[in-house]
Design a protein around this ligand. Structure first.
Ligand code: NAD
Length: 419
C-alpha cells in the first residue's frame, strides 16, 4: 500500500498541482516477479558480456544488441537470440533493462563508451526499468552509475554496478537475475562485488530468522519460504522459537536446537533506543548493544560449528551505520559493528557472510517516527518513496542463494544520505 502522499501524487488533480509546484512524484514500483518484464538491451565489449548473455538466454529474456556492437558475437556464442536494435529507431522502441559490459574499458579515454551506449538508450527505459553496469573494479564506473541512478530514479528505474572478479564470470547469474527483475525494486546506486563463490539454491535448506514474527523479519521468513527453504522464526513471542536472543543461554539453546545442522542464519532482530549522546545513560546504550550486536556475535560463534558447508550468514544492518544519524550513536555503532562481522569473520567450507543495510522501510519502527521526520525520510532517495519489508527480504534471499561474499548492500532506494 502506497503512503498517503504517494497516493495523492497519483491522483489526477493533486498530481497536476504537485507537478506545477515541483513536488516529488513517486511512481508505483513493480515488485515480486522473477521476470524482467520487457526487452533487454545488451552492450559493451569485455570479458563478462558472454556470461551476461548466457544468463539472459537462460531467463528467456527478449534481448537486443546494436548491429555494430561487438557484444553481438558474444551473444550469439552464448545462444542468446538477440534482435538488432538501431539507435535511430523511433523513440517508442522501449527497453525494460540496459546491461552494459564495461570490463573492456581499459583506458580513461575509453570511458566515453559509457556515453556512447547510454546516450541514445537511456530515454528509452520504461518505468521501473533496470540498468546494470558490469565492471572489473574501475572506480570511474561508480561515479557514473551513482549519478545516472539519481537521474532516472524518479521514474522508478534502478542503476547498479557489479564488479566481477577475473575468473568469476560464471558466478554472475544469481546477481544479474536479481538486479534485472522487480525483486530488486528498492536497491539502487549499489556497487556489488561478485567473486568466485558459487550459487547455492535456497530450496530445501534450513534457515533461522531472528526477529521473524513481524516487520522485516517476517517478510524475510516469507520470501525464504517462497523460495523453498524450511524456515524457523525466532522472536520474543508468536514464533517457532520463543527466545530472547540476549538471554545468557541463548547461544547454547540454539546450538542444541540446530545440532543436526543449519544452512542460513539471518540476524534480523534489532531495536532502537534513540537519544542524543549527552542524554544516553550507559544502561540505555548497553541494552541496545546487547540485542543488536553482542547477541548476534555470540550466536554466530555458537552456530558456526553446526552451519553446514556453503552456509549463509546475512546480517540486517542499517543505513544509519553508514551515514550516521543524530540521536542514534548507540544504534549506528551496533549496526556498523555488524559490518565488522561481515568483513572480519573467519569462515571456511564455502560459508559466506553479507549484510543488508535498509534505509527507510515502511514498518512499525518507521510508523512510530514524528510525522515530519517520517515524511522527509521517505522522500530523500532517488525513488522518492519508502521501501517495503519485502524489498529487504528479496535482497536477503538473493544473498542467501548466491555465492556473493563480504558485501554490504543498501536497500534504500539510493538514499541521498551517506556515501
Ligand atoms: P520491528 O521492531 O518491527 O521487528 C523487530 C523484531 O525483533 C520484533 O519482532 C522484536 O520482537 C524482535 N526482537 C527485538 N528484540 C529481540 C530479542 N532480544 N530477542 C528476540 N527477538 C527480538 O523492526 P523492523 O523494522 O522489522 O526491523 C528489523 C530489523 O531491520 C532491525 O534489526 C532493524 O534495526 C533493521 N532496520 C529497520 C529499518 C526500518 O526502516 N524499519 C531500517 C534499517 C534497519
Amino acid at each position: 500500500m502506497a503512503d498517503l502522499y504517494s497516493q495523492l501524487m497519483r491522483m489526477p488533480v493533486t498530481s497536476t498541482v504537485g507537478k506545477k509546484i515541483g513536488l516529488p512524484q513517486p511512481v508505483e514500483l513493480a515488485r515480486g516477479s522473477s521476470d524482467v518484464g520487457g526487452r533487454v538491451l545488451l552492450g559493451g565489449a569485455g570479458r563478462v558480456a558472454e556470461a551476461a548473455a548466457r544468463v539472459l538466454a537462460a531467463m528467456g529474456a527478449d534481448a537486443a544488441t546494436a548491429l555494430d556492437d561487438p557484444v553481438r558475437e558474444s551473444a550469439a556464442r552464448a545462444g542468446l537470440d538477440a534482435a538488432v536494435f538501431n539507435p535511430q529507431a523511433p523513440a517508442d522502441q522501449k527497453f525494460r533493462a540496459l546491461v552494459f559490459d564495461a570490463t573492456g574499458i581499459e583506458s580513461s579515454a575509453d570511458l566515453v563508451e559509457l556515453q556512447r551506449f547510454f546516450y541514445p538508450t537511456v530515454a528509452r527505459l520504461q518505468r521501473s526499468g533496470r540498468v546494470v553496469v558490469l565492471g572489473g573494479g574501475r572506480r570511474a564506473l561508480e561515479g557514473f552509475t551513482r549519478s545516472l541512478g539519481k537521474e532516472v530514479g524518479p521514474r522508478g528505474v534502478t542503476v547498479n554496478l557489479v564488479h566481477v572478479a577475473e575468473g568469476a564470470e560464471d558466478q554472475l547469474a544469481p546477481t544479474l537475475r536479481f538486479l534485472l527483475t522487480p525483486r530488486s525494486a528498492y536497491v539502487s546506486g549499489q556497487v556489488i562485488r561478485v567473486g568466485a563463490g558459487a550459487e547455492r539454491a535456497v530450496a530445501g535448506r534450513t534457515a533461522l530468522v531472528t526477529g521473524g514474527s513481524r516487520g522485516i523479519g517476517a517478510a524475510i521468513a516469507d520470501v525464504l519460504e517462497r523460495e523453498g527453504a524450511s524456515v524457523v522464526r525466532l522472536d520474543l513471542k508468536n514464533a517457532d522459537i520463543e527466545l530472547d536472543i540476549t538471554a545468557p543461554d541463548a547461544p547454547e539453546v540454539l546450538a542444541e536446537r540446530f545440532s543436526d545442522g543449519l544452512d542460513i542464519l539471518v540476524h534480523n532482530a534489532g531495536v532502537t533506543k534513540d537519544r542524543t549522546l549527552a542524554k544516553m545513560p550507559e544502561d540505555r546504550w548497553q541494552s541496545l548493544m546487547e540485542v543488536n550486536l553482542l547477541a548476534p556475535e555470540r550466536i554466530t560463534d555458537a552456530l558456526l560449528p553446526v552451519l553446514r558447508d556453503d552456509g549463509r550468514i546475512v546480517c540486517v544492518s542499517s543505513l544509519s551505520a553508514i551515514a550516521g544519524n543524530a540521536g542514534q550513536t548507540n544504534y549506528a555503532t551496533s549496526k556498523a559493528g555488524l559490518i565488522d562481522l561481515v568483513t572480519g569473520l573467519e569462515l571456511e567450507r564455502g560459508i559466506t557472510v553479507n549484510a543488508v543495510a535498509p534505509g527507510f522501510i515502511e514498518t512499525a519502527m518507521t510508523a512510530a517516527m514524528p510525522v515530519g521526520v517520517r515524511e522527509v525520510g521517505r522522500r530523500l532517495n532517488s525513488l522518492r518513496q519508502g521501501g517495503l519489508p519485502v524489498d529487504v527480504a528479496e535482497t536477503v534471499a538473493w544473498l542467501a542463494g548466491s555465492g556473493v561474499d563480504r558485501n554490504v548492500v543498501r536497500v534504500c532506494g539510493q538514499s541521498l544520505l551517506g556515501a
